[in-house]
Design a protein around this ligand. Structure first.
Ligand SMILES: *Cc1c(COP(=O)(O)O)cnc(C)c1O
Length: 478
């Protein structure tokens, strides 16, 4: 199984090369048609074994994938099953936030550093790896936690100066570790993400002894571990007697960069009976509008919302979906060129129809987000975070058994969640108040955050990113 660029079928690479490079040299994303798997042999596996089996199937050629997966997750999650499925209000909430940083990104970013270093060793690359990551809040901390003190790697995380929650910022700027750096960028997430892509395109000076790689969901190694929890949730529903093996299940997914939901699409192509994938957006409804009209148009205001990890107008992984749906690299490349040059592209009606057969969508503004959190708490005793609330809201249209993906702990956004319950408190006081009010414990990684020293204070303009990166590399090498 080779991977290729979404923009050029002749650029084929091994799974290890795809993981190590992150982005194809032509700016496209690495893709491959996944194998179809028999469900029965997978249905009895525990969460970690299931993850190992799926990683092995989607990234063949890595040595000892089962062992790699086991050591990646060992001792990191507060729940033995990694991703528990919790019934609430006639639906099922798939809790993906029990890892070290309380966001679903821990599931992929616990594994990615091991995949990248295994790929480097297998390919005989001797240079150090520098991971560059733009974050809308959660990827940054999860990547820092994953790469901290991993030998032979350095990581720099860029976050939008005013675009993340107070807790998210505190998680990042207190990160210790010899090989980590965190820097704020003046601008929003899209600005930070384009600046990082530009650094990749420009490259580092020849002979600097460092090779760039990415921990964003443009890296296929981020998406693959995420397929596991779709399978796990499905098999849990079978085990609960809620469905029979083969019955379709809908999944509602809080969406930003389209990575999480694309993992669900991959699971469907591997043979998991996924019904509709519901793409939930916040007020930045660029994806919802696209899925309704076939017009992707980023020429619109960028709103800062209560669900900052979904404040995105350029949704990178949509490019992968376009490829899966058309297998037409030249056409995908032309869409991406149009997006770059004019900020928009359009898909023909027949293609839109095929996309709509797999995906539906809904957007949710801040008022609806708060109302959803309040209602679900009062009526069902379940506490949603602001992102998961958007997915709960979008799931209103489902008729089949429905799994709502819970992508963050409510304690990551305590002020907003507390406001939804009709109370007010600032900063870390809000976390404690929320815990007292609901009787739910503050997650391990968030408790005590306010007492840690701030270690990172850099702030830069996007245009200075390449200089910043080369400066850091020089300092590290002294
Ligand atoms: C990153 C993130 C999302 C969006 O996921 P994508 O894979 O980028 O679509 C949703 N919710 C939370 C809490 C996140 O951190």
């Amino acid at each position: 199984m080779d991977y290729q660029s979404t923009r050029d079928a002749s650029r084929r690479v091994s799974p290890a090369q795809a993981v190590l490079r992150g982005l194809a040299p032509d700016g496209g994303l690495f893709v491959a048609e996944p194998p179809r798997l028999a469900l029965e042999p997978l249905a009895g596996l525990d969460a970690v074994s299931l993850a190992g089996a799926l990683l092995g199937a989607l990234l063949p050629g890595f040595a000892e994938m089962d062992k790699l997966t086991r050591s990646a997750y060992a001792g990191k999650f507060e729940t033995p099953g990694l991703t528990p499925l919790v019934p609430a209000g006639g639906r099922y909430v798939l809790e993906l936030f029990h890892g070290p940083t309380s966001a679903f990104k821990d599931i992929a970013l616990s594994v990615l550093p091991r995949l990248i270093t295994a790929a480097r060793d297998a390919l005989g690359v001797t240079e150090e790896l520098l991971i560059l990551t733009a974050t809308s809040g959660d990827t940054g901390k999860a990547a820092l936690a994953g790469f901290c003190d991993v030998p032979g790697t350095k990581i720099i995380v860029f976050y939008p100066e005013n675009g993340v929650s107070a807790v998210q910022k505190a998680q990042m700027v207190t990160q210790a570790g010899e090989n980590v750096r965190v820097c704020a960028v003046r601008g929003n997430f899209d600005d930070a993400q384009s600046a990082v892509k530009a650094v990749f395109a420009a490259g580092l000076p020849e002979g600097c002894g460092v090779r760039l790689s990415s921990a964003n969901s443009i890296n296929i190694g981020r998406l693959v571990p995420q397929t596991a929890y779709y399978f796990k949730a499905y098999f849990d529903l079978v085990r609960l007697g809620r469905i029979a093996l083969g019955d379709p299940v809908d999944f509602s997914v809080p969406t930003g960069n389209f990575g999480d939901i694309l993992a669900g699409f991959l699971a469907k192509r591997m043979g998991l009976p996924v019904g509709t994938l519901i793409c939930a957006s916040n007020r930045n409804s660029v994806l919802t509008d696209f899925l309704r009209t076939g017009i992707y148009d980023r020429n619109r205001p960028f709103y800062r919302t209560l669900s900052p990890s979904m404040d995105i107008l350029v949704s990178s992984n949509l490019e992968r979906l376009l490829w899966f749906m058309t297998r037409d690299e030249a056409w995908v490349a032309s869409c991406m060129r149009a997006l770059r040059e004019t900020g928009r592209f359009t898909v023909p009606p027949a293609l839109l129809g095929r996309i709509q057969a797999d995906f539906s969508c809904a957007s949710c503004d801040d008022a609806q987000t708060l109302e959803t959190i309040g209602t679900v708490w009062r009526e069902h005793g379940y506490l949603l975070d602001t992102h998961t609330a958007a997915a709960w809201h979008a799931a209103a249209q489902c008729s089949r058994p429905t799994v709502v993906l819970a992508t963050a702990s409510p304690f990551k956004f305590p002020e907003a969640v507390l406001a939804a319950l009709g109370e007010r408190a600032e900063g870390f006081g809000a976390m404690e108040r929320l815990s007292a009010l609901t009787g739910l414990p503050i997650p391990r990684g968030l408790a005590g955050l306010q007492t840690l020293p701030v270690l990172h204070r850099d702030v830069i303009d996007c245009k200075d990113m390449l200089n910043y990166v080369t400066g850091r590399v020089r300092q590290w090498q002294k």
